[in-house]
Design a protein around this ligand. Structure first.
Ligand code: ASP
Length: 597
């Protein structure tokens, strides 16, 4: 080792010891003949005192990498720094050796300077020197240790599944990889290890887990990454309850060790139908109330045309009657930006009467007088309405509920709310008159739907479960189909012919001919879990080298065009697979897809 001690570990009892330290110059201050250096390494910071001509003349700048030989001593009384773990001591340097110099920095490593994310990501290695970024990565690492402990205690087998494989049916686009030795053929990067984990169950491993990297070529959204990590789990001979218990063990361990929070066990459960009806969301944030009210019955005989709809609902904004005209107009803008026509509202006066709002005059006296009671609104509140198809209206009210919480400061940021949302629909309409799987096509129906789902796909419920934390889905899974006849029936519902099914996952169907066990599993979004544990604002903060929000990597410049030679060698232009090529945009001219600027 080129040092004897780590800077952040020095304490009062070290006084008098000769030490050799190595690290970076976090700060340097000149005080007439004495130079103070805050020396930082991975363990923390210690103050170094360097005297003499060499010290004063030396051009030692921030982030130089140095080695310091010196003696630890107690700081002079009154000079201790209680904010620093090493604040009782300092190191009096005999020698400071520069191991490497640093050029002027693109942004200060120390201090809380606001730096744009693109710049932070371009110089991610400097960003990682900053304490908050390093802390987030350490929390992620600790979380992985804890996860591995829990899985080992439960007898799970850690298996690595392939990255170079073929399409997995998670419903997104695949990233494709050309294969030089078989020109015109392509691997797909896995969207999840779903098929492999099911094969491992056929293989008799019974309990599998993996921290698995997944790749989905989706449109870039604020907090999405084209590659992300999942805790992927699969178990044989289990019911939903068994999977949920293992999942709760993981969450309990992570949150108690890393967030100091004991989750209530068992975690509350809610059906999908209830979550959507009460909160307008399949991932409700339960840290605050403001539940939706269903007013469809209340307005059953209304003369008001807009409310003569399959569903009428409302959500109440506490104190919302005090909003200015501009704020109320702002809500209309907000609703339109979400694709709605507007957001009808009524204001509640001091004795519970409707005093105004966009719809007050359209309602009958009886409708007006009972409205506050029907919605639970108090004097001074504002009632927002949505009417139309139930799903869309509830979604709008659910979004309004979150917006209300935000504007009224209703969320206790220190609180945790976990719940399971169970029994989601198996299928949803695909917009072209057919059906598609809500989860993936290997999800089993609830037992009571096992025989009737083919006849009634719209009502069929899946034996599926999603775990939600503070209004974000952090994991989801299901009991799987293991009977070929039932699998065939699901493919029929989603319009997948025998030949298509065989060509996409014939290998799984083949495996299911050899005694597949009943099985089920779950996957957690590991980046999101770590983000919550680290108290980070985005998943990018807990990924060492994330893509920027645009999907580009400011550090390496990826993705980049390839050379004509690479292109030839990879066999990209060989004939088979022309359709997938077009989808993936492979024949676009280099640079064509790069966003302006
Ligand atoms: N494969 C699913 C996913 O990635 C999770 C699961 O069903 O276990 O979302």
């Amino acid at each position: 080792m080129i040092r004897t001690h780590e800077a952040g570990t020095l304490r009062a009892p070290h006084a008098g010891q000769q030490v050799v330290l190595a690290g970076w110059v976090a700060r340097r201050r000149d005080h007439g003949g004495v130079v103070f250096i805050d020396l930082r390494d991975a363990s923390g910071v210690v103050q170094v005192v360097w005297r003499g001509e060499e010290a004063v003349g030396h051009e030692l700048r921030a982030e130089f990498c140095v080695r310091v030989t010196g003696t630890v001593r107690a700081r002079p009384p009154g000079n201790e720094n209680p904010d620093l773990p090493t604040g009782a001591v300092e190191v009096v340097a005999d020698e400071v050796e520069v191991l490497s110099e640093a050029e002027p920095l693109p942004f200060p490593v120390e201090g809380a300077a606001e730096v744009s994310e693109d710049v932070r990501l371009k110089y991610r290695y400097l960003d990682i020197r900053r304490s908050q970024t390093a802390r987030a990565l350490r929390i992620r690492s600790q979380a992985a240790y804890l996860l591995n402990d829990v899985m080992r205690e439960h007898g799970f087998v850690n298996v690595e599944t392939p990255y170079l494989t073929r399409s997995t049916p998670e419903g997104a686009r695949d990233f494709l990889v050309p294969v030089r030795l078989r020109p015109g053929t392509w691997y797909a990067l896995p969207q999840s290890p779903q098929l492999f984990k099911q094969l491992l169950m056929v293989g008799g491993l019974e309990r599998y887990y993996q921290l698995a990297r997944c790749f989905r070529d989706e449109d870039f959204r604020k907090d999405r990454q084209p590659e992300f990590t999942q805790i992927d789990i699969e178990m044989s001979f289990v019911t939903r309850q068994d999977v949920i218990e293992v999942a709760e063990d993981i969450v309990a361990r992570l949150w108690s060790e890393l967030a100091g929070y004991r989750i209530p066990r068992p975690l509350p459960r809610m059906t999908y139908a209830e979550a959507v009806a009460r909160y307008g969301s399949d991932k409700p944030d339960l840290r605050f109330g403001c539940e939706l009210t269903d007013l469809t019955g209340y307005f059953a005989g209304t003369q008001f045309r807009v409310f003569q709809a399959p569903y009428v609902g409302a959500v109440v904004m506490p104190g919302g009657a005090a909003q200015t005209r501009r704020e109320l107009d702002g809500w209309q803008e907000w609703a339109r930006s979400r694709g709605a026509r507007g957001l009808a509202y009524a204001l509640v006066g001091p004795s519970g009467e409707i005093t105004g709002g966009s719809i007050g005059k359209n309602l009958s006296d009886a409708e007006r007088s009972g409205l506050a009671a029907a919605t639970g609104a108090a004097p001074g509140d504002c009632i927002f309405f949505a009417a139309g198809a139930a799903a869309a209206a509830r979604e709008l009210l659910g979004a309004a509920r979150l917006e209300i919480a935000d504007r009224c400061g209703l969320i206790d940021e220190q609180a945790w709310s976990f719940l399971w949302v169970v029994d989601a629909p198996m299928f949803e309409e695909d917009g072209a008159g057919g059906w598609t799987s809500v989860h993936h096509p290997f999800t089993a129906p609830l037992p009571e739907w096992a025989d009737k789902f083919p006849a009634e796909p719209g009502g069929a419920l899946a034996d599926a479960y999603d775990i939600v934390c503070n209004g974000t889905e952090i994991g989801g899974g299901s009991i799987r189909i293991h009977r070929p006849d039932m699998q065939r029936a699901v493919f029929d519902v989603i319009g997948l012919s025998e030949a298509e099914a065989r060509s996409q996952f014939g290998f799984l169907l083949d495996a299911f001919r050899y005694g597949p066990p009943p099985h089920g599993g779950i996957a957690f979004g590991w980046d999101r879990v770590c983000m919550l544990l680290a108290g980070a604002a985005t998943i990018r903060d807990v990924i060492a080298f994330p893509k920027a929000a645009s999907g580009l990597d400011p550090l390496t410049g990826a993705p980049t065009p390839i050379t004509p030679a690479q292109r030839r060698e990879a066999g990209i232009d060989a004939a088979p697979g022309a359709a997938q090529r077009r989808e993936a945009g492979i024949d676009a001219a280099p640079g064509a897809a790069q966003p302006p600027g």
